[in-house]
Ligand binder design. Sequence first.
Ligand SMILES: CC(C)(COP(=O)(O)OP(=O)(O)OC[C@H]1O[C@@H](n2cnc3c(N)ncnc32)[C@H](O)[C@@H]1OP(=O)(O)O)[C@@H](O)C(=O)NCCC(=O)NCCS
Length: 140
Amino acid sequence: MIEYGHTADGITERQLGGFFENWPQPPSRETHLRLLRASDQIVLAVDAESGDVVGFITAVSDGILSAYIPLLEVRADHRGRGIGRELVRRMLARLERLYMVDLTCDAALQPFYRAAGMQKAVGMSIRNYDRQSGDEPTIR
Ligand SMILES: CC(C)(COP(=O)(O)OP(=O)(O)OC[C@H]1O[C@@H](n2cnc3c(N)ncnc32)[C@H](O)[C@@H]1OP(=O)(O)O)[C@@H](O)C(=O)NCCC(=O)NCCS
């Protein structure tokens, strides 16, 4: 059974693992936990039996008009069971009073987000690949 939570309180590094699939320099579990704590909103999917976090979604927001959803991932061994859909549904519900909620994704995922009520948009982005692990302090 999957339980959904909205806080990183009580979550330990031991419960995190198997995420950032195919990232050349993935954040460590410690960094993963730090970013969960630092996000304005999160939803976690936890396997009730093992206690493992098997999916997560984050949002950063000004809390007034806008939010951005930078990260969504379901652990590979738990995909295809509706967990990703549920994480997005719960996050959008938490953000529903904001004017604008944005994310970027590959074209292949647009139907997944469209099914959650989102619309296709054009965006711009930059990636500093030497900062991908998030190991060092970032914002000055
Ligand atoms: C995308 C992701 C979160 C989906 O999680 P999931 O728990 O497997 O998704 P669900 O089981 O809720 O699937 C819901 C629907 O989306 C579709 N879907 C899921 N992953 C998809 C993908 N990668 N591409 C296209 N469609 C996808 C499913 O087929 C399903 O469709 P259906 O309702 O017609 O059966 C998961 O594949 C993942 O973690 N991928 C790697 C990280 C990633 O790409 N994150 C998104 C960044 S924008």
